[in-house]
Ligand binder design. Structure first.
Ligand code: ATP
Ligand code: MG
Length: 141
């Protein structure tokens, strides 16, 4: 999706992949404990300065950041997210299909670079963004 949007900031793809992987893994694990199968939703939103990764699930349990001990074999996912993002948090969802949304924001580039970006790719991205409208890039699955 980032390539489609023409977003090629160095290192961003790898960082975004890790953040998406960790948040989706947590959502899938949390959803396994639910009485019925439930969907996990993922959104990417970008204004070319920041990339927002948001993952929704139906578990009422919140994410809990606990710094793992040196010997711990798990409990590092949110540490990875915390390190790679400029911020992360969660909030209760307002739709019945989901209980909460966990989000993380990654830095893409300075606003000046966003304003001077290639016009063609911005137009292409805006048309792929759907209802978010021009200037905002959004994708959800
Ligand atoms: N989407 C979520 N829903 C419910 N609980 C969550 C969610 N995300 C995280 N948590 C809780 O926060 C804890 C810490 O998450 P974190 O990703 O840091 O570690 P982990 O998933 O236990 O291990 P690792 O990511 O290293 O495999 C989880 O063990 C879980 O209890
Ligand atoms: Mg995890």
């Amino acid at each position: 999706v980032l390539a489609e949007w023409g977003i090629t900031a160095p290192g961003l793809l790898g960082d975004a992949l890790l953040v998406v992987t960790e948040l989706v893994s947590n959502a899938v694990v949390a959803s396994r404990g639910l009485p019925e199968p439930a969907e996990v939703r993922v959104w990417l939103c970008c204004d070319r300065v920041r990339l927002l990764v948001a993952v929704g699930d139906r578990s009422l349990a919140p994410p809990v950041y606990v710094a793992p001990s040196d010997e711990a074999l798990s409990g590092r996912g949110l540490q990875v997210v915390d390190t790679l993002s400029s911020g992360w948090a969660w909030f209760p969802a307002t739709t019945p299909e989901l209980a909460k949304i966990v989000w993380a924001e990654l830095y893409v580039g300075p606003p000046a670079a966003a304003a001077n970006g290639p016009a063609r790719s911005r137009e292409n991205a805006a048309s792929a963004a759907g209802p978010a409208g021009p200037g905002q890039l959004a994708r959800g699955v």
